[in-house]
Design a protein around this ligand. Structure first.
Ligand code: NDP
Length: 445
């Protein structure tokens, strides 16, 4: 690593102790934009970096709620309002026991660059709680969501901060959160995205992140004169992003052979067709079961406590969580002939694994570019809410496709290196320029 970058990272680490995911996200961005900054010292003179790595505001709060047995439980809630240079704070809420400030700062930091790439006026934020919806009844989840929103509502608004879903926050949770916001504030506004279609949601929002990741992959292949058609694809996760990435790959003629959850991986060599996908959606979204049940249902293989990356595939799409594709996984993928890795999740690939993939000239799409479709359609949901309109499926899907195409083009413009496109560099530089220039325009902010 460059000496000056090393010194800078030491400062970031000492100012933000015990936040390894945040350090990782900052280092990944700075490493790829460092040469660009050296050629553009006005950003350094204006101390843009110190301003970018410091969230504008961090909120932490107590979330007390009552479980079904009448016991009072307490969780910790957060909202990190990271950067509002180009629009209101925008980013999801994550409910998972692993949630802490460092993880939300990493997600918020990534979100700033991702939202900048979408071409929409969206700032960056992220929030959530160390609450685990798994194993909780609907009434317990509602009780938690209502308590969480009772505090959060003071800090958000359609022109201030607009949260959405993330891990553990799907349609059910967003409904409970929106209901409580409306009750307390006595207003029906687009304060959350990912809303139900009957109460202000946008068509294609549930599909957007998964579809968008596959549209991005298709753009990468197109540039090589190739396509997703007939490709064997390994997907991890079995939640929102995984489900719709799978659906889009099926539509484009690819074959998905794996899914996973935090307990293990299923391998179905015949491919997970649309009928099997319906089963997964019901299993995960309604029955809230484990992916192992798929293996029992369809006589597929199941690997306990294992990830999909040692299974032969042409394309890998990690759609579960951060650092779920590590060094040995990357080596296995390359050895098995994988030519493309697309991050559906946020930062699923560890830095040493990324290095292996780049060295092997695997097409690699970082999450902030590839999974930006979700927040992009959230932005479209905000537009529809503000003009009291509902656009058709086709209209939203076309806009999503164009946005993904545009993000891909920005990566090509800023990331082309001889015969290889470094999509990480491209995404980071393009995302940075828009936010940094806006901050410069706005004075000392
Ligand atoms: P869901 O909660 O719908 O699904 C998450 C999936 O990942 C589940 O299968 C879950 O398994 C698995 N998972 C979660 N944590 C772990 C873990 N620690 N180890 C192994 N598996 C795990 O979330 P989403 O699909 O919405 O989000 C997935 C990823 O995509 C996240 O990184 C999120 O930040 C990112 N993302 C999501 C967007 C969206 O619009 N939803 C937008 C952009 C990015 P289990 O069922 O066992 O918990």
């Amino acid at each position: 690593m460059d000496n000056s970058l090393n010194n800078y990272m030491e400062k970031v680490i000492s100012r933000n102790p015990s936040q390894p995911e945040f350090h990782q996200a900052v280092e990944e961005v700075l490493e790829s934009i460092w040469p660009f900054l050296k050629h553009n010292p006005h950003y350094i003179h204006a101390n843009i970096l110190d301003r970018l790595v410091e969230p504008e505001r961090v909120l932490m709060f107590r979330v007390p709620w009552k479980d079904d047995k009448g016991n009072i439980q307490v969780n910790r809630g957060f909202r990190v309002e990271f950067n509002s240079a180009i629009g209101p704070y925008k980013g999801g809420l994550r409910f998972h026991p692993s949630v802490n400030l460092g993880i939300l700062k990493f997600l918020g930091f990534e979100q700033v660059f991702k939202n900048s790439l979408t071409t929409l006026p969206l700032g960056g934020g992220k929030g959530g709680a160390d609450f685990d919806p798994k194993g909780k009844s609907d009434s317990e989840v509602m009780s938690f969501c209502q308590s969480f929103m009772t505090e959060l509502q003071r800090h958000i608004g359609p022109y201030t901060d607009v949260p959405a879903g993330d891990i553990g926050v799907g349609g059910r949770e967003l409904g409970f959160l929106f209901g409580q916001y409306k009750r307390i504030r006595n207003e029906f506004t687009g304060v959350l995205t990912g809303k139900g279609i009957n109460w202000g949601g946008s068509l294609i929002r549930p599909e957007a992140t998964g579809y968008g990741a596959v549209y991005f992959a298709e753009e990468m292949f197109k540039l090589k004169g190739d396509s997703i058609k007939d490709k064997t694809v390994a997907i991890s996760g079995s939640g929102n992003v995984a489900q719709y990435a799978l659906e889009k790959i099926n539509q484009l003629g690819g074959k998905v052979v794996t899914l996973s959850d935090s307990s293990g991986t299923i391998y179905d060599k015949d491919g997970i067709d649309n009928e099997k996908l319906e089963y997964v959606i019901d299993l995960k979204n309604n029955k809230r079961g484990r992916i192992k049940e798929y293996a029992d249902q369809y006589n597929a293989e199941y690997f306990e406590s294992s990830r999909p990356w040692n299974i032969k595939c042409d394309v890998a799409i990690p759609c579960a969580t951060q650092n779920e594709l590590e060094l040995q996984d990357a080596k296995n993928l390359v050895a098995n002939g994988c030519v493309c890795v697309v991050e559906g999740a946020n930062m699923p690939t560890s830095p040493d694994a990324v290095e292996v993939l780049l060295e092997s000239k695997v097409l690699f799409a970082p999450g902030k570019a590839a999974n930006a479709g979700g927040v992009a359609v959230s932005g479209l949901e905000m537009s529809q809410n503000s003009i009291f309109a509902s656009w058709s499926r086709q209209e939203v899907d076309n806009k999503l496709k164009n946005i993904m195409k545009n993000i891909h083009q920005q990566c090509v413009t800023h990331g082309t290196e001889d015969d290889y496109i470094n999509y990480i560099r491209g995404a980071n530089i393009a995302g940075f320029i828009k936010v940094a220039d806006s901050m410069l325009d706005q004075g000392v902010v």
